[in-house]
Design a protein around this ligand. Structure first.
Ligand SMILES: [Mg+2]
Length: 409
């Protein structure tokens, strides 16, 4: 390879308005129209995803439904079809893989490919990107446009993909980092949220260029931690291998349907959510040490919030016992939202002798997982959750991509 050629190490595919585009793909009447995907059809909720047409009127993720209606008269609201989005996700990953192996799925609508050998020559990388775009449109659906970023590492490829939407293709080899990003505001760096932006601005940093002028060590100080050090390296165009993301905790929450807005209904849903979490723990070969539950009424005036720690466990029945203990006193009269989270995750292979572990009960958990995997979710469930089997099914969050064998709403 000619050393003067521009090289690209990563290609990042980002689907445009993903959930909304899936809806437009499935229903031709929605194409070229402003639509918004919402969790439920109610004025009090917020938009999960809006189509390109709605975005042009300012409707974006997080916009309240009532505001969206004012900003964009004629907007069409659609209740999300999460199972469809997951199906599209898997089809898209497959389509990309037919052109170039996917190294990392970053979220339900983002994936990164590492380029090797001659693929790294910028002109070749751009060809690969064009092929991927075309292949998705042809094999998955013509509403599924993408923005692709090319860069020396995942962070810069992601930032490049954000520059042109919809249907963008931006290439930023190392030597173009400065001219592409330095004049832009700090919040275009992925991972810089509202608080970090305010924090950086308060310290006098407004543009990417100001941050890039610092050494990684200085940036570490400005940022207040090791993340700054990594960011400094990445903004300079170096590729730091990322440690596998360690999951620190997991949570599920659920808005209760009207008929379950009573203490018993809320507790049963909590038990169901805890059943799901313990099965996710076993699937990831993990255990947890802390359990946290909450139940809230509509206004957060009457609520229950309790935690408990124990020697680590992933035993469904043990965890359900803990949920019952925590909810014994003071469940709100009319709970509307309930949630369970677990933390202090440990590797289940590191055997820790526990006074509480019941080997029979643990074995039962594993058998339950195996049967549900083979015959479908909820074939076998704890008796306590029998009444609410139809509720609290999987919802997609951007970081947890369900498998198709999961149970969907
Ligand atoms: Mg996207």
């Amino acid at each position: 390879m000619n050393p003067t050629q521009s090289l690209i190490k990563y290609l990042l595919v980002d689907l445009n308005s993903f959930f909304a585009s899936c809806e437009q793909q499935d229903n031709p009447k929605l194409r070229n129209r402003p639509i918004a995907v919402v969790p439920m059809l109610a004025d009090s909720t917020s938009v999960i995803a809006s189509s390109i047409e709605a975005k042009r009127k300012g409707v974006k993720t997080g916009t309240k439904v009532s505001d969206a209606r004012k900003m964009c008269p004629g907007i069409i609201f659609i209740e999300g079809h999460h199972k469809r989005y997951t199906e599209y996700h898997h089809k898209i990953v497959q389509a990309v893989e037919e052109i170039c192996p996917v190294e990392k799925v970053l979220s339900i609508d983002e994936m990164a490919c590492e380029l090797i050998g001659r693929e790294m020559i910028e002109a070749n990388a751009i060809e690969i990107a064009k092929k991927i775009k075309r292949h998705i449109l042809q094999t998955v659906g013509d509403c599924l446009t993408t923005s692709i970023g090319l860069g020396p590492n995942i962070l810069l490829a992601k930032m490049a993909s954000d520059l042109v939407k919809p249907d963008g293709l931006v290439s930023v080899p190392v030597e173009k980092i400065g001219q592409t990003f330095d004049h832009l505001p700090v919040e275009i760096i992925s991972g810089v949220g509202h608080n970090m932006k305010r924090n950086l601005n308060a310290k006098g940093f407004h543009t990417v260029g100001q941050l890039r002028a610092l050494s990684p060590q200085q940036l570490r100080t400005v940022w207040g931690g090791i993340v700054g050090l990594r960011l400094g390296e990445e903004l300079a165009g170096r590729n730091i291998p990322r440690a596998e993301t360690v999951t620190k905790g997991m949570s599920h929450e659920h808005v209760l349907p009207p008929q379950l807005r009573n203490p018993q209904g809320g507790i049963e849903i909590l038990l169901k959510l805890a059943t799901k979490l313990s099965s996710r723990l076993r699937e990831g070969n993990q255990k947890c040490k802390t359990l946290h539950v909450y139940m809230k009424d509509q206004y957060g005036l009457d609520s229950l919030e309790e935690s408990i720690s124990f020697s680590d466990s992933n035993d469904t029945f043990f965890i359900l016992q803990q949920v019952k203990k925590l909810t014994k006193s003071g469940a709100p009269e009319r709970p509307v939202k309930v949630g369970v989270s677990i933390s202090g995750l440990t590797n289940a292979n590191e055997e820790q002798l526990s006074l509480f572990a019941d080997p029979k009960s643990q074995k039962l958990g594993h058998i339950m997982d195996a049967i549900n995997k083979k015959f479908g979710a909820n074939t076998l469930i704890p008796a306590e959750t029998l009444d609410v089997v139809e509720h609290a099914k999987v919802r997609i969050s951007f970081s947890h991509i369900p498998k198709l064998s999961d149970e969907f709403e």
